[in-house]
Design a protein around this ligand. Structure first.
Ligand SMILES: Cc1cc2nc3c(=O)[nH]c(=O)nc-3n(C[C@H](O)[C@H](O)[C@H](O)COP(=O)(O)OP(=O)(O)OC[C@H]3O[C@@H](n4cnc5c(N)ncnc54)[C@H](O)[C@@H]3O)c2cc1C
Length: 437
């Protein structure tokens, strides 16, 4: 199905493009045909997920493919936990189907509206010291390459699994992923608890907290001596879904509308931000939320922002958070969003930011309509001093030349890229900047 040219835009709203052709294939054959048509027109191709990356990674003036018509769960094997799904399925829709079969994704980030292919392509992760990013659950990947051939990539391939390890975190630079097989776990219930605690004490206890809980993260507002901690643990009890009113008050009024009002006020009167941040921190505790895993992991998000997130060796986590907060506070920067700190276990995808090392992710956000580049450049400089690697879906200023030394298996990824897309059908200026021509 080919649509008329219309604008495509990111969730944050500040990156957009008008593709020459926008295709919505409904099958692998239709994807192959669409790639063939783009080649005949000598156009590059990008695939859009749900637009939740902050960077211009999806943008194209050539052919844009949307897999919204390829969003079905194809097969559920409850005995092995292996589940086959089309690449356009959202994490939420997948989780709902899995729950009905007594299964779940092992971990999720803080939203679940992304497509499975889009989320894994950028190394999307949740938090959990023993848990890897989402792409680590991909047992096999079906991909349409630059010449229109269809490949099923897995660990047991003749290339030693290199193409599979490349395709799990591909940044959309290898081809169109059309389906994936995911390893799932038995369905579980989480008890989520948000609390307000002293900043320095939590930073000192970081390793112990991360080790003691299934999922631990913190939010540190600049200018506030306290942080909000979020602790999610598996419990053996039935879900206790919050009533509609309770969920509305917590998620919509306090988390979204309340926080939006605070951010707006801070944008209009930056001198108020230190006081507003202390008030926002105080609002951070919440009663325990016991529910299906994916309903505790993910929360609705309506406050728009720009974000950078860096993966750094875990041992530097507390020092890095302190360094960014000190930089903000010394320079009196008008930052109304908290730093977010999460932990992720190492994995073996060739371009995974958490690849090969125990990782802490540090994220910095800037409210929409506020200048984000100078601050995020400063944060990036601090993260680079800790040997950081940027999240592929979030703002950063790196180039292929300086990313290459950060990835021991960079050349192996490029060799797979040369094999699957030698003519560079799947590129755009951003891909050329971060992965090279
Ligand atoms: C509010 C919000 C919350 C977020 N929370 C988290 C979080 O908790 N943890 C985290 O790690 N990240 C988080 N992110 C980042 C987000 O998970 C990633 O940017 C993710 O890649 C977005 O998925 P998407 O489906 O929107 O893909 P898009 O952003 O649309 O695309 C991402 C990349 O995937 C490629 N792609 C998409 N589909 C295909 C396909 N079928 N074949 C080949 N390539 C494809 C695209 O070309 C692009 O390169 C968040 C982002 C937002 C806006």
């Amino acid at each position: 199905m080919t649509g008329p040219a219309e604008p495509w835009r990111t969730w944050a709203g500040d990156e957009s493009c008008v593709p020459a052709v926008w295709e919505r294939p409904g099958s692998v054959t239709e994807v192959v045909d669409a790639v063939g048509r783009a080649a005949a027109r000598d156009q590059t191709v990008r695939v859009a997920g749900s637009g939740h990356s902050f960077t211009p990674v999806v943008l194209t003036d050539g052919t844009l493919l949307s897999l919204e018509r390829m969003s079905r769960v194809l097969d559920v094997d409850t005995a092995t936990g292996l589940v086959r799904a089309q690449a356009g399925v959202s994490l939420n829709a997948l989780s709902e189907t899995l729950w009905d079969h007594g299964l779940a994704l092992e971990n999720l980030g803080d939203v679940d509206v992304q497509s499975i292919a889009g989320a894994t392509a950028t190394g999307t992760h949740g938090t959990g010291a023993r848990l890897r990013n989402l792409s680590a659950a991909l047992v096999s990947v079906e991909l349409v390459a630059g010449d229109g051939t269809v490949h099923e990539l897995s660990a047991t391939d003749a290339d030693g699994g290199d193409a599979w390890r490349a395709a799990r975190v591909s940044v959309g630079a290898l081809g169109v992923i059309t389906a994936v097989t995911v390893r799932t776990v038995p369905a579980f219930v989480l008890r989520g608890l948000d609390a307000v605690e002293g900043r320095e004490q939590v930073l000192q206890e970081l390793d112990a907290r991360a080790a003691a809980h299934d999922h631990f993260e913190l939010f540190a507002f600049p200018y506030a001596g306290r942080v909000i901690t979020r602790t999610n643990d598996r419990v053996h009890s039935e879900p206790r879904p919050r009533g509609r009113v309770g969920a509305y008050v917590r998620d919509e009024l306090l988390t979204n509308k309340g926080f939006e009002a605070i951010c707006r006020l801070g944008r209009a009167r930056p001198s108020l931000i230190p006081r507003l941040n202390r008030a926002a921190t105080a609002l951070g505790s919440a009663p325990a939320h016991v529910d299906r895993s994916y309903r505790v992991f993910a929360t609705p998000r309506s406050v728009r922002f720009n974000e950078l997130e860096y993966a750094i060796p875990r041992e530097h986590a507390a020092t890095a958070v302190r360094a960014v907060l000190a930089m903000i506070e010394e320079r009196r920067l008008p930052i109304s969003f908290p730093l977010e700190l999460r932990t992720v276990a190492p994995d073996d995808a060739l371009l995974s930011p958490a690849g090969g090392r125990e990782t802490a992710y540090v994220a910095a956000h800037v409210y929409q309509g506020m200048e984000w580049q100078p601050y995020l450049r400063e944060v990036e400089a601090i993260m680079r001093s800790f040997d950081g690697r940027p999240h592929w879906g979030k703002r950063h200023f790196r180039t292929a030349a300086d990313l290459k030394p950060a990835y021991p298996e960079w050349e192996a990824f490029q060799a797979v890229r040369d094999r699957l897309d030698p003519g560079r059908r799947f590129t755009n200026p951003h891909i050329a900047q971060i992965l090279g021509p």
